[in-house]
Write a protein that binds this ligand. Structure first.
Ligand SMILES: NC(=O)c1ccc[n+]([C@@H]2O[C@H](COP(=O)([O-])OP(=O)(O)OC[C@H]3O[C@@H](n4cnc5c(N)ncnc54)[C@H](O)[C@@H]3O)[C@@H](O)[C@H]2O)c1
Ligand SMILES: [Zn+2]
Length: 325
């Protein structure tokens, strides 16, 4: 069992105090959060900008970060700071795991999805050609600092994407939090005011990861909705679909698909599917794939969760109960 460190901050000012410590921070930041840089970091902290698009989630970007560190003569006692969404934490964590055989890093996530998921758990990775997350490492951040204030500038589509992961976590861990979450989202409460739910979801992920750091067993439940969700993302990518779904939207459809599969195998009641469909729709999430099932099958076969020719289906039996079939 490992200890996953999370910290929660209500305002940006307290972050400035945090980064005033005597540590030597090197910040990798997403171009879309540039406006916060001067509020948080003093002028003498070195910063490196990346543009967060999946094409840049590559080994080339990791090497660019390493080259920058070399040019700055960064030694082994520096701390990299990943300031941005999941793309930023994935490439920065990867760079931290290999630069000079490993330096420390901190996650300061700025998307909802990263605050409740991507920036927690120590999986780092990059895409190889059109294959997502094919190369990566396990490297735990020193800490993940969660400050929902950053979500004030996050586009609505990205907020929706994070809602899907938030709901996924609560389907797995807490019916009570799930219901509160549906209520908050459907009532139109601004996401940056959902501090308590964000903290609970982040903690729930940390608790699962702490029992299965290397994704051998328990952690697999977090892939609920991802087998089908990844297939949709892969299909859209390989067919150059205009305005593709966000990761969360694809996962939302994937969760409903998993519930349908669960019902077909006799694990859950039809009423459970109805509840999820109605709640997801109330939250503005899609529930049905616009693509024919057949074309997604080959993508599912490629999914990295298929091991030794077998595919692990993550199926919900109900709230707080998942089977891996
Ligand atoms: N390592 C893991 O365990 C893990 C888990 C889940 C997802 N991921 C990865 O995370 C990535 C998705 O993460 P994401 O959804 O955070 O995507 P992202 O990093 O691409 O961010 C989404 C968009 O929001 C912008 N943005 C970020 N913060 C902003 C802010 N505060 N205001 C305005 N714009 C902002 C970004 O520039 C980008 O355009 C995927 O590559 C996925 O594979 C990793
Ligand atoms: Zn996900």
């Amino acid at each position: 069992m490992i200890n996953i460190r999370l910290e929660f901050r209500d305002d940006i000012k307290s972050l400035r105090d945090f980064f005033n410590e005597s540590e030597r921070y090197y910040v990798v930041y997403d171009s879309n959060v540039k406006q916060f840089i001067s509020e948080i970091f003093s002028n003498d902290i070195p910063c490196f900008e990346i543009k967060s698009v999946e094409e840049n989630k590559s080994i080339d970007t990791v090497m660019d970060i390493c080259r920058w560190l070399i040019s700055m003569e960064a030694d082994r006692d520096v701390i990299l700071v990943a300031f941005g969404g999941g793309i930023t934490s994935d490439v920065t964590g990867f760079a931290a795991s290999i630069y000079k055989r490993g330096v420390r890093y901190l996650n300061l996530p700025t998307t909802l999805l990263a605050q409740v998921d991507a920036a927690i758990g120590g999986k780092t990775g990059v895409n190889v050609d059109s294959f997502k997350n094919m190369v990566g490492t396990f490297k735990q951040p020193e800490s993940t600092i969660i400050c929902p204030v950053f979500l004030k500038t996050l586009p609505a589509k990205q907020i929706l994407s994070g809602f899907a992961e938030l709901l996924k976590t609560f389907i797995i861990t807490s019916e009570e939090n799930y219901n509160e979450c549906v209520k908050s989202i459907s009532s139109g409460l601004p996401v940056w005011e959902m501090t308590s739910l964000i903290c609970k979801a982040a903690q729930a992920k940390a608790d699962i990861v702490s029992k299965d750091e290397f994704d051998k067993d328990l952690r697999r439940v977090l892939n609920l909705g991802h087998t089908y969700g990844h297939a949709i993302e892969w299909y859209e990518h390989t067919n150059d679909v205009e305005n593709p779904m966000t990761h969360g939207e694809a996962v939302a459809i994937g969760i409903i698909a998993a519930a349908n599969e669960s019902f077909a195998r006799g694990y859950c009641d039809e009423s459970f599917i109805d509840t999820l469909v109605s709640d997801f729709q109330k939250c503005g999430l899609p529930v049905k794939s616009p693509y024919p099932n057949g074309v997604l099958i080959s993508a599912i076969r490629q999914d990295k969760k298929g091991m030794n020719g077998q595919l692990h289906m993550i199926l919900p039996v109900g709230f707080e109960k998942i089977v891996i079939d």
